[in-house]
Design a protein around this ligand. Structure first.
Ligand code: 13P
Length: 251
């Protein structure tokens, strides 16, 4: 059966010493807890190796926030999936709306990134979600379906089974405006049905679908109680160990 997961996305926050300290705090806090979910932190590239050295991999997973769409070579400033994997990281967030919006990521580049992540043994946390205009004009289900089809449906069922999905309505990211638990459930059920139509019920039932967007300790339990919401991808609230743990304990 699919896993429950709480993953932090630190985005472009924390210096290296601050990041190592935050990772140590989360790692320490997890020692006393029998979490009912997998717990992951996704940090800036610069932090990965140092964070990997201070966490217990049995309790806390580590991921990057992006990787390159090429394997290696003359791509100044890029970080490859192999480089990420060599730090000890096991996950990589791909297709975050901030990457799509600000850095022009397309489904085409994302297919390359997903393939390279999988080749290097990384688990992609693949993000999808509509913008406010699409929520308001009612096209949101179609928009998200297209993102999944274009970004992932080239995969074999076996490879698709390695993907974690994260539904992040763009209008809820960093805005304090969370999707209601019913809005999240409706979309997650739609995503699962989309997967089932392509890969069958078993693959769909085994896919973890996380919700992201202003998720915090006060609203996590209600969201996670929904049958198709398998956890959260957490931005702002992951930057403080106590609030992140508050979300972990919502399971
Ligand atoms: P916030 O939790 O800050 O809204 O960010 C969500 C997000 O984008 C996680 O990837």
């Amino acid at each position: 059966m699919r896993k429950n997961i709480v993953a932090g996305n630190w985005k472009m926050n924390t210096t290296l010493p601050e990041g190592v300290k935050l990772a140590e705090e989360v790692n320490e806090a997890l020692k006393g807890v029998n979490a009912n979910c997998d717990v992951i932190i996704c940090t800036p590239f610069t932090h990965l190796a140092s964070v990997n050295a201070v966490i217990d991999p049995a309790k806390l997973g580590l991921g990057a926030e992006n990787c390159a769409d090429h394997a290696k070579g003359a791509y100044t400033g890029e970080v490859s999936a192999a480089m990420v994997a060599s730090t000890g990281a096991k996950y990589v967030i791909l297709g975050h709306s901030e990457r799509r919006q600000y850095y022009g990521e397309t489904s085409e580049t994302l297919r390359e990134k997903v393939a390279l992540a999988l080749e290097n043994g990384l688990t992609p946390i693949f993000c999808i979600g509509e913008v406010l205009e699409e929520r308001e004009n009612g096209t949101f289900n179609e928009v998200v379906k297209t993102q999944i089809e274009e970004g992932l449906f080239n995969l074999s069922a076996d490879d698709f089974g390695k993907i974690i999905l994260a539904y992040e309505p763009v209008w809820a990211i960093g805005t304090g405006k969370t999707a209601t638990a019913d809005q999240a459930e409706d979309m997650h059920a739609h995503i699962r049905a989309t997967i089932a139509a392509k890969y069958g019920n078993e693959v769909a039932d085994n896919t973890s679908i996380l919700y992201g967007g202003s998720c915090k300790p006060s609203n996590a339990a209600e969201l996670f109680a929904k049958p198709d919401v398998d956890g959260g991808l957490i931005g702002g609230a992951a930057l403080d160990a106590e609030s992140f743990m508050g979300i972990v304990k919502a399971f």
